[in-house]
Design a protein around this ligand. Sequence first.
Ligand code: ADP
Length: 492
Amino acid sequence: MRVLMVASEAYPLVKTGGLADVIGALPHALAQLGVDTRVLLPGYPAVLAHMGDIRRLSRYAELFGGEAHLLGGRMPNGTQVMAIFAPHLYERSGNIYLGPDRKDWPDNHRRFAALAWVAAHLPAGPDGWRPDVVHAHDWQAGLAPAFLMLSGRPRPATVMTVHNIGFQGLFPASLLTELRLPADLFHHRGVEFYGQIGFLKAGLVYADRLTTVSPTYAREICTPEQGFGLDGLMRWRASDLCGILNGIDTQVWDPGHDPLLPAPYGADSLEAKKISKAGLQYQCGLENSRERLLFGVISRLTYQKGMDLLLPLLPSIVAAGGQVVLLGSGEAELESAFAEAARDNTEQIAVRIGHDEHLAHLIQGGADAILMPSRFEPCGLTQLCALRYGTLPIVSRVGGLADSVIDANAAALADGVATGIQFSPATREALSVALERAFALHREPLVWQAIQRRAMSHEVGWQAAARQYNALYGSLLGQRDPATESTARISL
Ligand code: ADP
């Protein structure tokens, strides 16, 4: 079976968020199941710079404003990549979505329509490679199922995955012709979304099957509260929708072999985790203390992530004997408010604004707990890394957080299955209670360590997800595996 993944980012070539982690790891996990998976990406400078074995596959005389070439190559993990070399669309410095003014690039509609267009008009490779399934990810690839539908059968089967329904790729209706979309698709069961063109909506309407990144999020996006206006469409297509929980790359995220930690550790050598804690405190200029409960945050600083809920609780965390290390970037107001809080108490609060893979690993290794008070969280990867590092996730009970963390309530503790702390609703009050529970558990080292060990044994790799995607592709191609499939589908 041949699968083409279409996406706008892939770790380690280019990354702004969790989507890159998925595209970097899922194809490799699928390959281990015998699925021949390739990835199609825009040819940003970073992609071209980090791709290996580059060769030219074909030429497009006119691709949304200029000439383009399709290049073949490999990711460092061996996954085959195709990149669209189109300087007029992708050759620019800075963020792949935003210009220097931190606003969307004004031609994003063309940049990502081009990605979808190439996905739908892929020439047969020199090795005769053509996909059986085109798997589009997020709004940037959303037009691919529409273009494939327009190209007429025979065509590959199509899957659309939503990583965050809040990002929809909306553009003015006046761009319809430029986007190569016929006017008769512009209606509410087509590409139209409240008077605009919706790239994600196009994918959700025209793909054969829909997935999202956790079973709970699959249910949530069918509700008006979490559907961002697409809940009606999601309910209409509920029988084609399933939630498959993401995994993480357990080679990159492995406390036993992490070169970014001062010392390795595992479930049987938790004492050595304290070396990372001391290293993190030292690097961030915090008081060196074994006793203080050190909370880590690695997050976009946004309303979605509930960072405004955490901010006012910083003084009470410190008063209760805690420390906080926060790494992230996002809304300017939150960035400066957190930076100011750190300036007021440099011994106990450290804030680093920016993206820093190295520090992210050290926080996972050195913190005692990771805070994720998200208002919504399609899957979330940070808590999966935290489980693997025995760094207890303290999470709001939404989306993939609800599906991946087992709350340390009395029953779960008695059964030895607890892996973290959940709270609900995502409010400051509920987060405050969760923090108090964390302090109480931390005062009982044996209980805390038992939760750590359980968390570290939790399966967070990609194997389970890869098996479910494989079954989904198989069902689309008529090779049904009802056993696997029925567990993945949502029920409303
Ligand atoms: P998102 O909604 O941002 O995609 P996820 O939890 O799904 O959130 O994935 C984000 C990924 O990026 C996680 O692996 C997280 O640890 C990482 N990350 C987020 N912010 C930073 C940062 N400032 N520096 C390094 N890594 C980060």
